[in-house]
Design a protein. Structure first.
Length: 824
């Protein structure tokens, strides 16, 4: 595309060529890369840079630059005539019929000339696919051997290797421009355009190709700026090829035509192979290519497929990750211009290949190789997303792959792919129903219920699927899936605040897991942790501590065994500070100590859990739980600014999710509201607590957490002197007393709501004296219940706390009643 735009970027690439030039040992330079990546323009810029060096070193010689477009040269005779024309000599007919004999005529002319020649052979990929190939390569070797006053440059999409002149041959692949270079070029091509927030996205969609960037800049400048940057983002996202290939431009400037010709130069066999690899949306490994193309070994796959494609620059290779990739615009062209002949077979191979990948990653997530699993997931994420969409095209041959994924990878899916897996599970339910596989349907419902509960915060929907799965599975003998549904249903019921029911299911899961013969399984250890959480919720701290202690003991034992295996494999042993499961246990222990009133211990364990989760890049929900708990501890210790800073970090993390997880958001908002209450910033407290109440009303209306949010909102309204609103909210909490107390006996929300009502009654003088006496008696009963509960658990600290509260309330009410008697 001939647009007068100053050359931009390529500093590192050009620097390497200048260093090579100054080394004075290279005679031939190769610049290789995919189509439209800017090879010719970059060579021109390099030659401009070195002309001064040449003139200083060869002052007596004039520099002559000869550009030879090899695209249209097909025969030995044409090349001979073209070279003679460039050097200003007539072809010597005596060389006719003698292969390569005419080289001597050109060689003699160069040696006798008082000039320094720079010979640029451009677009050499066409020669490499023609009968002229051997003649051309021999001619380059002949030129290189002249040495003194000539340097040769070759540009090509097909990489050329020289054996005879290897020490004198320097070559590099020109990659697409990086983001910084792309932005410079785009701004230079569209000087009058204000890109605003759309610059990064446009650059990303142009894929670092100078031709695409220049075309985009031209379109934005044309027609008096009718196309805006936001329009261009939409066009490049929805119809990139069409947007970059308008009929108003010459064929050589239209991206679609350029890449169509590039692809069609391949044989039909290679076109099909490339199209099959294009079916993989992300980067891929050699072993994955082997599976996709049905090759016998990885070595043969590299030799027959990957090396030829890389040398032709149809694929790129990252030596650090050992992964291959296809440029996005080339992928677009493959999907348009090459039709995969046997798409069902390709789909089957794809599903088989990436089912194995997702199972491998899921398995590693629960081992000491968690960090490796995270890295691998980052590389495979686009491919796994596509795997989930393949459920829409399920056949008899691929059915079992999707059931395997749903059955074995649910934790990975809900933690890292929640926005993609809902439709996947819906698709799985449809195919199990269509095939009449009720057991498989139950397995899918367990995973679907888990995703709804843990990723979406939809506990009601999750419970429905769990109970449907339980109904099917309990008709058969005890099995791992039956233990799993008990465990997951137990956790769901805990989140809803139905602690007694939760405990029954969790105990069933734990006992069944043990009876199946393996106490070390992830499921068994999850049940231990969940039992600890629910016992904490019920105020059974001794039982909770017992479960956590056993969980830590067994996890540490497992870690020792896994580290022995790692040492055998020459891997570095890991500590518990590098594993997310220990972060979860320490976080839960922090909750237990917080409930006991041991705030310093709570902060210690919560921070320990948070540090581990940050280090291992734990899933969002797990990280947010710890962020929220540490913030709550800070606030209890009077460190409110630190608490708010941490909670704002948590809020920004949740809001980046699409859509944001309501359960996570409500937890952050409730704690934020509590912190602002402690700072007496009642307006800010109300702002956050209103959002927390609204969210929890949807998914956990009968939960103690919902009652807690309403109670805090009542306190905020009290602080704003909105007594009527505060009273209504507090009365609502008191009305939930039976449900909340059953689910969480040690809760103090009910007593705090009653205290709000007492304060409101005291504010209204003798208007609510009847209600004051009534609510005081209820509050006295509730505080005495809490005192008895903690006396039974030998928690003297909390016993004294509630006794002081009772004495304080008694004093306030007594003084108020005396004041009223004196007034009367």
């Amino acid at each position: 595309m001939d647009i007068e735009v100053p050359f931009q970027g390529r500093e590192e690439f050009l620097k390497d060529f200048i260093i090579a030039w100054n080394a004075k040992k290279y005679l031939v330079y190769g610049i290789y890369g995919m189509r439209s990546v800017g090879k010719s323009r970059t060579v021109k810029k390099h030659i401009d840079d070195v002309q001064k060096i040449i003139q200083q070193e060869h002052k007596q010689l004039n520099v002559k630059i000869i550009d030879v477009n090899m695209r249209f040269l097909k025969t030995d005779k044409q090349l001979h005539e073209q070279m003679c024309a460039f050097f200003g000599i007539l072809p010597d007919p005596s060389y006719d019929g003698q292969p390569n004999a005419w080289f001597q005529q050109i060689e003699l002319h160069i040696k006798s000339a008082d000039q320094f020649f720079i010979l640029v052979f451009d677009n050499c990929e066409d020669v490499m696919d023609s009968e002229l190939k051997d003649t051309f390569l021999s001619f380059v070797v002949t030129l290189a051997k002249i040495k003194l006053n000539i340097r040769v440059y070759i540009t090509s999409t097909t990489q050329i290797l020289f054996t005879q002149i290897k020490p004198a041959y320097f070559y590099k692949t020109l990659e697409p421009m990086n983001d910084i270079e792309s932005k410079k070029l785009l701004r230079a091509a569209a000087k009058n355009v204000n890109f605003g927030e759309h610059l990064d996205k446009i650059v990303e969609l142009c894929g670092g190709l100078p031709l695409a960037l220049l075309m985009t800049g031209s379109e934005l400048e044309a027609d008096e700026g009718m196309l805006k940057p936001e329009d261009m983002v939409e066009l490049l996202s929805e119809c990139r090829l069409r947007a970059l290939s308008r009929e108003f431009y010459p064929k050589d400037d239209r991206i679609a035509d350029v890449y169509k010709d590039f692809i069609l130069r391949l044989s039909e066999v290679f076109q099909q192979r490339l199209a099959c690899l294009g079916y993989i949306p992300g980067s891929f490994t050699a072993s994955q290519v082997k599976e996709m193309l049905g090759q016998k070994t990885v070595a043969l796959t590299k030799d027959l497929v990957l090396i030829p494609m890389k040398r032709r620059n149809f694929i790129s290779f990252n030596s650090k990750t050992e992964r291959f990739d296809i440029h996005g615009i080339l992928r677009d062209c493959l999907s348009v211009y090459v039709c995969i002949k046997n798409i069902p077979a390709v789909r089957k191979r794809y599903c088989k290949t990436f089912t194995e990948e997702i199972k491998k990653i899921s398995r590693l997530m629960s081992t000491t190789d968690y960090a490796e699993a995270l890295e691998l997931f980052g590389q495979e994420n686009p491919n796994l997303q596509k795997l989930l969409t393949e459920v829409l095209y399920t056949s008899h041959d691929t059915y079992h792959f999707f059931i395997e994924v749903a059955s074995t990878c649910s934790t990975l899916l809900e933690n890292f792919m929640a926005s993609h897996c809902e439709k996947f599970y819906e698709g799985c339910l449809k195919i199990t129903s269509d095939h009449g596989r009720h057991q498989d349907e139950a397995v899918v419902k367990i995973s679907f219920g888990s995703m709804l509960t843990n990723a979406k915060g939809d506990t009601i929907g999750g419970e429905k699927y769990y109970r449907q799965a339980l109904q099917v599975l309990k008709a058969g003998p005890p099995c791992v899936k039956l233990a799993e549904v008990h465990q997951r249903l137990g956790w769901n019921l805990h989140v809803q605040g139905r602690a007694e029911e939760s405990l029954r299911h969790l105990k069933s899961s734990f006992e069944m897991s043990q009876s199946l013969g393996n106490k070390k399984t992830v499921l068994c250890l999850q049940s231990l942790n969940s039992l600890g959480v629910v016992c904490t919720f019920l105020g059974n701290f001794d039982d909770a501590e017992k479960y956590y202690t056993e969980s830590i003991r067994q996890n540490r034992k497992n870690l020792e065994e896994e580290n022995l295996e790692r040492v055998k494999q020459k891997k570095k042993p890991l500590s518990e500070d590098e594993l997310p499961k220990f972060g979860a246990i320490f976080n839960n222990m922090g909750i237990m100590y917080q409930q006991r009133g041991e705030n310093d211990k709570a902060l210690y364990y919560h921070k320990k859990g948070l540090d581990i989760k940050r280090a291992v890049k734990a899933p969002t929900t797990a990280l947010l739980v710890s962020i929220n708990n540490v913030a709550a501890d800070y606030s209890l210790l009077g460190r409110h600014d630190e608490a708010i800073e941490l909670l704002k970090e948590g809020e920004s993390i949740v809001l980046k999710e699409v859509p944001p997880n309501e359960s996570n958001l409500s937890t952050i908002y409730d704690t934020m509201g509590k912190v602002y209450l402690k700072c007496n910033k009642f307006l800010k407290a109300r702002e956050y607590l209103v959002m927390a109440v609204k969210s929890r009303e949807t998914y956990m209306a009968t939960s103690p957490m919902h009652a807690e949010s309403i109670m805090h909102l009542s306190q905020a309204e009290m602080g704003l002197k909105n007594y009527k609103i505060a009273r209504n909210l507090a009365e609502k909490v008191v009305s939930m007393k039976d449900v909340v107390t059953k689910s969480m006996p040690q809760n103090s929300f009910i007593s705090e709501a009653m205290e709000c009502l007492v304060e409101i009654c005291l504010q209204s003088n003798n208007e609510n004296i009847g209600r004051l006496q009534e609510i005081y008696l209820e509050l006295e009963e509730e505080l005495k219940r809490l005192i008895r509960l903690h006396e039974n658990k030998y928690n003297d600290k909390l016993v004294q706390h509630f006794k002081k509260r009772l004495m304080s309330i008694e004093k306030k009410v007594r003084e108020a009643v005396c004041k009223l008697d004196l007034t009367d």
